[in-house]
Ligand binder design. Sequence first.
Ligand code: ATP
Ligand code: MG
Length: 213
Amino acid sequence: MSGLTIALSKGRIFEETLPLLAAAGIVPAEDPEKSRKLIIATNRADVRVVIVRASDVPTYVQYGAADMGIAGKDVLLEHGGAGLYQPLDLQIAKCRMCVAAPAGFDYAAAVRRGARLRIATKYTTVAREHFAGKGVHVDLIKLYGSMELAPLAGLAEAIVDLVSSGSTLKANNLLEVEEIMDISARLVVNQASLKMKRERLQPVISAIEGAIR
Ligand code: ATP
Ligand code: MG
């Protein structure tokens, strides 16, 4: 395949990526929210988009099934980044990763007295490093979604999750008790593709770079 394959996830990443791709002269032929197609053609015969789960984007790019993709820093940290060139912070899909706990739980006091905490999260790698760095003892409980439920159901004392407006936390009577890091989406490129398809890839990367906010 000498053309370019771009891996994207549906939802906010796809929507916020459209203007960046347009700046590179690439316009998807269909909306993945309306179509059930997983491979979407574009206005350019040599460029196609594959629609994958957000957390699968780095894997497609790592193995060269996609030449490039767009993935959140959260997803990239959990993946590890092997085989990926990460040239650009796209400044889209911005949010932050934080520790949140029920309003009635004194997280700071629990940390001060050295309590062992059960933490539910999808982001076990980032969470493990965060708590190890603070010297907080935790049992990490891996979840795949709806982390907010865990403290309410008694599964964990606190969660590590992504927050933007904070309205989901608020709706579930949770408070942000610690910020871990700012998150945004990154352009990722397969390292072999960058060498083999540089003539096709570099103009796309440069155009996207020029279009960042
Ligand atoms: P899936 O829905 O397939 O389980 P997901 O929840 O990770 O995966 P999205 O909700 O589309 O998929 O999130 C994609 C990326 O957008 C995340 O990896 C993160 O970087 C970013 N993101 C997640 N939540 C928010 C948010 N509330 N505001 C802004 N960006 C966010
Ligand atoms: Mg989501």
